[in-house]
Design a protein around this ligand. Structure first.
Ligand code: AMP
Ligand code: ZN
Length: 469
């Protein structure tokens, strides 16, 4: 195993990962609330989550990854005031919340699949684990960390002496918590609902020792994380907006219930922005992966685009930046597609140090911009020296990058070697902006019965049909 260093939001430092029982790493990442389409901002966070897992696996760890699907209890504010987002969506779409959940879960999975985001080992729906949420709530009531009121069971944030430690909240003035008008039953503005009561029109309700109701969003994640990964987990992640409320509350309720550290390492992805504004459903400036596909973008170009900034930094979205990412990805794919068969046997001497640089980059807090720079350097060097034996290293890197490079290669295995090498030569001529040479090569290939097409996925070669001759 290789050492992996990660920025831990809890300590505000880059730390060596020390899992409880290596090589196993227990990993919980917060999943979507399935009340609407996911937008590309959300998808940046899921690409990040997938990259975390792929990097740990590349380093030799055995990751057990759990992600939730929130299908009840996430209110219109993270401070759990307002209405349940699922209920609001159900009324808007004149469906049951179960149907809404089913529909948007399917769309979510289609999006992440298109991005080569690996499915978590456990994908758990909140409504399948109400029992665990009730048990955890009962434990908190028993321990005096929660109180029962007519509107719900609330966590008492003053029961946790270090409440606010993750976000380093300044609790003296309670400014943040007071931004939203708290429910009058709450003893302190930051107290939050573990179990909601007294909402007879809410469609999803379960019996509990305190009356019919439904769970709050924060308790869902704690209960499911502990159900599948135990009381202390190695790694927990989410978007940066989860730090001050959702993750703070997950820590408070979990640690009050167990007396143990809940998660050893906390990681958070920065926002995808437009200008200086985060992409957000509530701001109405969002668009989806299908919107991008409609503009001719390949989903994996978006994945590649995510690697152009470090995960903690904001990443600014523009069509132009995405187009540049797509073009670079096309170049990588074309290299992989049309490199000669000999590129698969053995390895050039210049590859070994690049392998080392790649591993060092990803294992230092997921430095993906550096990692893709190594990839491009390797292809440049292969072209420059006309020594193409780098494909195995590229496929190895792609275990982390997730750009489907092996699949791209296998699409062209049926091409005759002479055609493949001329297409490769034409790609290089295009990079050198030698368009006369590039056109001449295209004509030669055409004369032998093959058509070259430039597509969003890169140049494609297909046999000429009779009617096209
Ligand atoms: P939500 O559906 O709002 O619960 O968000 C789902 C996930 O996407 C959470 O992990 C958020 O932190 C994350 N997220 C929301 N907006 C953005 C954005 N503009 N950029 C990156 N991640 C985001
Ligand atoms: Zn969560």
């Amino acid at each position: 195993m290789r050492d992996v260093f990660l920025y831990n939001t809890a300590s505000r430092e880059v730390e060596k990962l020390e899992p409880l029982s290596p090589p196993r790493v227990s990993y919980y990442s917060c999943g979507p609330t399935v009340y609407n389409h996911v937008h590309v901002g959300n998808l940046r966070t899921y690409v990040f989550t997938d990259t975390v897992r792929r990097v740990l696996e590349y380093a030799g760890y055995d990751v057990l990854h759990v992600m939730n699907i929130t299908d009840v209890g996430h209110m219109t504010t993270d401070q759990d005031e307002g209405a349940d987002k699922m209920q609001v969506a159900a009324e808007r779409e004149r469906k049951s919340p179960w149907e809404v959940a089913e529909h948007y879960t399917r769309l979510f999975l289609a999006d992440v699949d298109a991005l080569n985001v690996q499915r978590p080992h456990v994908l758990c729906r909140a409504t399948d684990h109400i029992r665990e949420m009730l048990d955890l709530t009962a434990r908190l009531v028993e321990r005096g960390c929660a109180y029962v009121t007519p509107s719900g069971v609330y966590f008492d944030t003053t029961a946790m002496p270090d409440y606010g430690k993750l976000a380093r909240l300044n609790l003296s003035g309670q400014e943040d918590g007071a931004r939203v008008e708290p429910h009058p039953d709450k003893r302190h503005p930051r107290d939050f609902a573990l179990w909601k009561l007294d909402q007879p029109t809410h469609a999803m309700q379960w019996d509990s020792p305190w009356g019919r109701g439904y769970p709050g969003w924060h308790i869902e994640c704690s209960a499911m994380a502990m159900r599948f990964l135990g009381e202390t987990i190695d790694l927990h992640s989410g978007g940066i907006d989860h730090i001050p409320v959702h993750h703070e509350n997950e820590i408070a309720q979990s640690e009050c219930a167990t007396g143990k550290t809940f998660a050893k390492v906390w990681m958070h992805a920065g926002f995808l922005t437009i200008g200086d504004t985060k992409i957000s459903k509530s701001l109405g400036n969002f668009f989806t992966l299908s919107d991008l596909a409609g503009k001719g973008f390949d989903p994996l170009s978006f994945r590649y685009f995510c690697y152009t900034a470090k995960y903690r930094q904001p990443l600014n979205f523009t069509d132009q930046a995405l187009r540049a990412a797509q073009k670079t990805l096309q170049g990588i794919r074309n290299f992989v597609r049309y490199a000669p068969e000999s590129a698969l046997s053995g390895e050039e001497p210049f590859v070994a140090p690049l392998r080392e640089q790649f591993a060092a980059a990803i294992c230092h807090d997921l430095n993906m911009p550096q990692a893709v720079a190594v990839v491009l350097e390797m292809i440049r060097e292969a072209n420059r020296t006309r020594e193409p034996r780098v494909l195995e290293a590229l496929f190895d890197f792609d275990r982390v990058l997730g750009l489907g490079l092996r699949e791209v290669r296998s699409e062209t295995t049926a091409l005759p070697p002479t055609i493949r090498s001329r297409v490769a030569e034409r790609e290089e001529a295009r990079v050198q902006r030698d368009f006369a040479r590039s056109d001449a090569l295209r004509d030669e290939v055409l004369a032998e019965g093959w058509i070259l097409e430039d597509t969003p996925e890169g140049v494609r070669v297909r046999p000429r049909e009779r009617e096209e001759s």
